[in-house]
Design a protein around this ligand. Structure first.
Ligand code: SF4
Length: 445
């Protein structure tokens, strides 16, 4: 491996930063130097993570050289994986000429492949890639992704038209303001162009999407467009207002199918009609109705909800109804929060405030129940083959990766720890579940 030769590169303010690795013979080194020269003025850096462009000129002459080249590409991709903005990774040389099509499939994180004799194209292709990147950043919703290479959030609107009595969001973020469908499709395409496999739609209430724009079935229109985008493997919806999950919408979602996941994140907040009415929430007469409705359309649906304990006026009987509801429904994922009086909300000054110890005890009781339910549900996955989207390598255990199966949302649910040959962050791998715990799975690819 040869370091970048500083004779061909003079630091210049405003020029590109380049990290270069030239493998193989002196002829390859000359090719490397020519490619560098074609870039014009640039600033060489020793660390790939500090560069805007990382160039690996490979050797594919004999088996050890192939291994070294492959290893170098993988190590380099790993080094720059979590850098934002991620440097452009260019791989050139003999290995590309010999195994180009296989490499392209196996290493989607490489931005540009150049065979031998294509070196003169470097400058032009780099310019095109940089322009595309700048255009995607300048576009409406342009972003630097800070999540792992596997997933990204797509925020489809801001604000909320509901008036739940415990919530300060409408006064902070205002009324519903949806982003138009074409802008969201452009933003999603730009994200997927970066190799992301999973898009997660977020807003205060996805089911209201588009009403402020005069769209009667806004979410349906948006999902129809998103579900067709090339490169999208999983489409996940988070924060579905229960009353918005109408029979019509559920029928539409069932007909739409993959990559939309049958994952339903519906914040129910409580299950007793009196507490729901006091909260200003829907389904006050029959809080389980929406759950039954989802399960009629999606018998294998994953259900996540969040609940509030200790809302003003919550008596032991109310809490028992909530506990029995959780035991009956058996949510896959559950978040339980103790009521917190937010200044400026009607609930903050309601009579019947519940003491902190009671709230804590009720929360712990529900979470204890949920640990049993979660462990039992996950145990059913043992020995099943499942797709695992790999998020990151484990910082403590070399060869172990952290990822998720379809019913695990990032940052909210448990994880799947996966190991096996050729597993890398950003990949979707097929793996057999070996072991299960309360919230996590272990699998072998
Ligand atoms: S809890 Fe959710 S639906 Fe209710 S007002 Fe707040 S943001 Fe809107």
């Amino acid at each position: 491996m040869y370091p970048l030769n500083s004779r061909v590169a003079k630091p210049s303010s405003g020029s590109l930063t380049v990290h270069c690795i030239s493998l193989g013979c002196p002829k390859n080194r000359v090719d490397t130097e020519r490619m560098l020269a074609s870039l014009g003025l640039f600033h060489p850096v020793d660390d790939a993570a500090q560069a805007e462009i990382v160039l690996v000129n490979t050797c594919g002459f004999i088996a050890p050289a192939i291994q070294e080249s492959t290893r170098t590409i993988l190590d380099t991709a790993l080094r720059i994986r979590d850098v934002a903005p991620r440097p452009l990774l260019v791989v050139a040389g003999c290995l590309v000429s010999r195994f180009g099509s296989e490499l392209r499939k196996a290493l989607p994180e490489v931005d540009l492949w150049l065979k031998v004799r294509e070196e003169p194209l470097l400058s032009e292709k780099i310019s095109a890639l940089l322009e595309k990147r700048i255009a995607s950043l300048d576009a409406p919703g342009g972003r630097i992704l800070s999540t792992t290479p596997s997933y990204a959030y797509l925020k489809i609107g801001e604000g909320c038209n509901h008036r739940c009595r415990f919530c300060a969001i409408p006064s902070i973020r205002g009324k519903l303001a949806s982003t138009p469908v074409p802008a969201l499709l452009d933003e999603a395409r730009a994200i997927l162009d970066q190799g992301v496999s999973e898009l997660i739609l977020v807003a205060q209430d996805l089911t209201s999407y588009g009403r402020d724009l005069g769209l009667r079935q806004g979410l349906e229109t948006l999902l129809s467009g998103l579900n067709r985008l090339p490169g999208l493997r999983w489409l996940r919806l988070m924060y579905l207002y229960p009353a918005g999950l109408t029979p019509r919408l559920l029928r539409f979602l069932a007909d739409l199918g993959p990559p939309l996941l049958p994952y339903f994140d519906l914040p129910l907040q409580h299950a007793h009609p009196e507490i729901l009415a006091a909260m200003g929430r829907p389904f006050a007469q029959d809080p389980g109705r929406v759950v039954d409705r989802i399960r009629r359309h999606f018998p294998g649906a994953c259900l996540r909800t969040s609940l509030i304990v200790g809302f003003p006026g919550e008596r032991p009987g109310h809490f028992k109804a909530l506990y029995d509801f959780v035991a009956r429904v058996r949510f896959n994922h559950l978040g339980v929060f103790s009521f917190c009086p937010e200044p400026g909300t009607p609930a903050a000054t309601m009579p019947g405030q519940v003491g902190i110890q009671t709230k804590t005890r009720r929360r712990e009781k529900l979470m204890t129940l949920q640990t049993e339910i979660s462990a039992e549900i996950l145990a059913e996955c043992r020995d099943q083959d499942m797709d695992v989207l790999v998020d990151r390598s484990s910082p403590e255990w070399p060869g172990l990766f952290e990822g998720r199966v379809w019913f695990q949302a990032p940052e909210a649910d448990g994880s799947t720890y996966v190991s096996g040959e050729d597993v890398r962050p950003g990949m979707m791998v097929r793996a057999r579940v070996q072991d299960t715990e309360t919230y996590d799975l272990s699998a072998l690819a």
